[in-house]
Write a protein that binds this ligand. Structure first.
Ligand code: FAD
Length: 311
């Protein structure tokens, strides 16, 4: 008998987050995938199907917008009762981190979070800020997994994509969000960007960050920062990468004027290719870099931007 998997699709800024497709990809390795889509569109249903979802359960309810732990617990619980899966897979995002433990405790499930790989037997996750990895397996009947964005190859294979609307009565919301005051962040989502151009104190000013933005735009990537840069107010705190900021796993990470403090490495050392630009050849960032450029970033970054534009 095929194993049933339930994944939860996540929407940000009216678009499906890529991690929704990564969850389906992992689910397909484990069995038959049903994806829960909350307040989504027909186009999103098509996209989930095109990325391999065998079936899609849709829930439409205005009480589920914006996200609340109480509301999503009810919607996911209803989908679990309908699908009766062995696994629940979510992104290791703010929502996934918030909801997964609650569902796990309610259903007496084993929970493995922040998974970056599955070898057919055990789940690999970074520990100690990425300095070590542990491999875990489940002993429980029902299992809950969160996956770190950008670690599973998405599948472009059409699933059956059969759609079942699910009517869920959402009640007893103990808190209500009245307003979300959102910072406008243009361009690619930092957490899911395939390319991150990050700046540190060496970038020296807000104008310096405009230069990084240009390089990021040419590469279709996002700009990130060290705490040195955010503390100096060269850019917004939401761009901070590291132990007390975001954790990113892009294909390419270009560190500009960042010394490579351990707290920064905690957020980016698992990037697939790391390029460091620093004028100090002894800078610690070179210890994790695949390619190092010893030089002045104000010369190197415009040269890279021009070269990529010309390519
Ligand atoms: P610096 O260490 O000052 O390095 C600047 C670098 O720029 C230097 O290596 C210099 O050689 C280079 N440079 C200067 N000019 C140029 C130039 N023209 N061209 C090329 N290179 C140049 N930090 C984080 O990043 N993220 C975190 O989440 C985080 N969390 C923390 C949590 C705690 C509890 C603590 C105590 C610290 C945390 N920090 C964090 C801070 C961290 O310890 C470092 O202070 C910070 O990362 C340093 O930022 P930086 O590399 O930009 O600055």
């Amino acid at each position: 008998m095929m194993t049933n998997i339930l994944t939860v699709a996540e929407i940000k800024d009216n678009q499906l987050r890529n991690v929704s497709f990564e969850a389906i990809a992992l689910g397909k390795e484990l069995g038959t995938v049903t994806t829960l889509l909350i307040n989504g569109t027909d186009d999103m249903v098509q996209q989930l199907s095109a990325h391999g979802a065998d079936s899609i359960v849709t829930v439409t309810n205005e009480k589920l917008a914006p996200y609340s732990n109480d509301g999503y617990t009810q919607a996911i619980s209803a989908a679990l009762d309908t699908v009766n899966p062995e696994y629940l897979i979510l992104g290791h995002t703010a929502i996934g981190k918030d909801i997964a433990p609650r569902i796990a405790i309610r259903r007496n499930a084993g929970l493995i979070t922040d998974v970056i790989d599955y070898d057919g037997n055990s789940y690999k996750r970074p520990v100690y800020s990425g300095k070590a990895f542990e491999e875990k397996t489940f002993n429980s009947e029902f299992k809950v997994i969160t996956i770190r964005p950008n670690n599973f190859a998405v599948q472009n294979m059409a699933g059956a994509g059969e759609v079942t609307p699910l009517d869920v009565e959402i009640k007893d919301l103990r808190t209500t969000i009245n307003e979300i005051v959102q910072k406008t962040t243009a361009g690619v989502d930092l957490a899911e960007a395939k390319v991150v151009v990050a700046g540190g104190r060496g970038v020296k000013s807000k104008e310096g960050f405009d230069m990084l933005q240009e390089l990021a735009a040419v590469l279709g990537g996002a700009v990130g920062a060290s705490r040195g840069a955010t503390d100096a107010e060269y850019c917004d705190y939401s761009l901070q990468i590291g132990q007390t900021g975001k954790v990113v796993t892009p294909d390419l990470y270009i560190a500009c004027g960042i010394s490579g403090a351990i707290q920064h490495l905690a957020g980016m050392s698992n990037a697939k290719v790391i390029v460091a630009i620093n004028k100090d050849p002894e800078a610690n960032i070179f210890s994790v870099a695949d390619y190092g450029i010893v030089g002045d970033l104000f010369e190197v970054v415009p040269m890279l931007t021009d070269a990529f534009k010309a390519a």
